[in-house]
Design a protein around this ligand. Structure first.
Ligand SMILES: NC(=O)c1ccc[n+]([C@@H]2O[C@H](COP(=O)([O-])OP(=O)(O)OC[C@H]3O[C@@H](n4cnc5c(N)ncnc54)[C@H](OP(=O)(O)O)[C@@H]3O)[C@@H](O)[C@H]2O)c1
Ligand SMILES: [Zn+2]
Length: 342
C-alpha cells in the first residue's frame, strides 16, 4: 500500500488551500482510519481557513462532511470493521464522563471536545483518522456524494428541527436557502410542518417550492416579519443565514412562545426585549449533533428522499470549490469527490 496520500491543507490562518503529499495517518487506540470517498465544503470551513476558531494548530486539513470506508481499526475499537461505510461530521468526540457530558451537553465538554477538521485533520484528503465514537453508519443505498452534506448541513438542520418543540402543522420557517437551508426546507416539509422558506430575491422561489416549501418570502420585496404574521406567526425560525440583520428582521414574525434557532455564524444580533418578554419568545443557538444524530439524519433522509443538491469538484480543485461555496452562488452544496466509491 502507498505510504503517502494527497491532502489539501491550510498552512496558516488566512493562508491558501494547498494540495500536498502527506504520510497516510495511523490510527491511535480508540481511533479508526477512514479512506475518504467524498467530503462536503461547508461555510464553517472558513473558521479554519481564516483562523476564526481558537486554538487551531496549522497546517490543518479541513473537512467535516466526510463519507468513506473504514480502512484500519485501532486497538480497543470494538464494533467497527474494515470495509464498513461510515460518515464523520463536525462533532469529533467528547469525554463522556464530565458533568456536561453526563447531562447530554456534549458541546460543552471541558475535558476532550474534539471537532473534525479543527482538533484533528479532516476529510479534504484521501485518508483521515477519527475517534470511533465520531463515526456514523451509512445506508447502502446512499452514495458518498449524496451523503456527505448530510454530515453537517443535514444533521444540524435536522437536529435543530426535531429538537425545536414544533409539532406537525406548526408554521416553521427556514431563513437562508444555502447549503444548510435547502436541506432544512426539505426536512421541515417532510416532518409535517407548514414550511416557509425565506431568502433574498425572487430567483429561489420556484426551487424552494420544489423542495417542499408551502410558502416563500422574498425578504427584499417584503418585510419577512409581517409576511410570517400573515401566516399566523412562526413557531420556529431556523436561521441559517450568515448575516445578523437578516435574523433580526424575522424576529417580529415569531408567534407567542416562538423560537428563533440560530444556526448561522453571524455578527452580534440585536433583539428587542419587549418583543421577547411580551410573547414569551426566545432566541436559542443550535450546535450540530453527535454521530448518532448524524446516523439518524442519514436514515431519515434515505427513508424520506431528502437530497442535497450538489456541485461536485475533484480534491485537487478544493480551493476553487471553497471559493465557489463562499461566493454564495453554489446550488446548493459543494462536495469534493475523492475516492473511487464516491
Ligand atoms: N450551528 C451549527 O452547528 C452550524 C453547522 C454548520 C454550519 N453552520 C453555519 O451556518 C451558516 C450557513 O452555512 P452554509 O454552509 O449553509 O453557508 P452558505 O451555503 O454560504 O449559505 C449561507 C446563506 O446565508 C444567506 N445570506 C448571507 N448573507 C445574507 C444577507 N445579508 N441577507 C440574507 N441572507 C444572507 C445566503 O443567501 P444568498 O444565497 O442570498 O447569498 C445563503 O442562503 C454558516 O455561518 C456556517 O458556519 C453552523
Ligand atoms: Zn459544517
Amino acid at each position: 500500500m502507498a505510504k503517502t496520500m494527497r491532502a489539501v491543507q491550510v498552512p496558516r490562518a488566512g493562508g491558501p488551500l494547498e494540495l500536498v503529499d502527506r504520510d497516510i495517518p495511523e490510527p491511535q487506540p480508540g481511533w479508526v482510519r477512514v479512506k475518504v470517498d467524498a467530503c462536503g465544503v461547508c461555510h464553517s470551513d472558513s473558521l479554519i481557513k481564516e483562523g476564526l476558531w481558537p486554538g487551531i494548530q496549522y497546517p490543518r486539513v479541513p473537512g467535516h462532511e466526510v463519507i468513506g470506508v473504514v480502512d484500519l481499526v485501532g486497538e480497543r475499537v470494538k464494533p467497527w470493521k474494515r470495509g464498513q461505510r461510515v460518515g464523520v461530521g463536525w462533532h469529533g468526540g467528547n469525554c463522556g464522563y464530565c458533568d456536561h457530558c453526563r447531562r447530554g451537553e456534549f458541546f460543552a465538554c471541558e475535558v476532550a471536545l474534539l471537532t473534525t477538521g479543527i482538533s484533528f485533520d479532516g476529510g479534504y484528503a484521501e485518508y483521515m483518522v477519527a475517534p470511533a465514537e465520531a463515526l456514523a453508519r451509512v445506508p447502502d443505498e446512499l452514495s458518498a456524494i449524496d451523503g456527505a452534506p448530510l454530515m453537517c448541513a443535514g444533521v444540524t438542520t435536522f437536529n435543530a428541527l426535531r429538537n425545536s418543540g414544533a409539532r406537525g402543522g406548526d408554521v416553521v420557517a427556514v431563513l437562508g436557502i444555502g447549503g444548510l437551508g435547502h436541506l432544512g426546507v426539505q426536512f421541515a416539509a417532510k416532518m409535517g410542518f407548514k414550511t416557509v422558506a425565506i431568502a433574498r430575491g425572487k430567483d429561489k422561489e420556484a426551487f424552494a417550492k420544489q423542495l417542499g416549501a408551502h410558502h416563500y418570502i422574498d425578504s427584499r420585496a417584503s418585510d419577512p416579519a409581517a409576511e410570517l404574521n400573515k401566516l399566523g406567526g412562526a413557531s420556529v425560525v431556523i436561521a441559517t443565514v450568515t448575516n445578523a440583520d437578516a435574523m433580526t428582521a424575522v424576529l417580529g414574525g415569531l408567534a407567542p412562545n416562538g423560537v428563533l434557532m440560530v444556526i448561522g455564524a453571524a455578527g452580534p444580533l440585536s433583539v428587542d426585549p419587549i418583543l421577547l418578554l411580551s410573547g414569551c419568545r426566545s432566541v436559542k443557538g443550535w450546535y450540530s449533533g453527535t454521530s448518532i444524530d448524524s446516523q439518524d439524519t442519514l436514515n431519515f433522509s434515505t427513508l424520506n428522499a431528502v437530497h442535497s443538491m450538489n456541485e461536485v469538484f475533484p480534491l485537487e480543485r478544493a480551493a476553487e470549490a471553497y471559493d465557489r461555496m463562499m461566493s454564495g452562488k453554489a446550488r446548493f452544496r459543494v462536495v469534493l469527490q475523492i475516492g473511487s466509491k464516491a
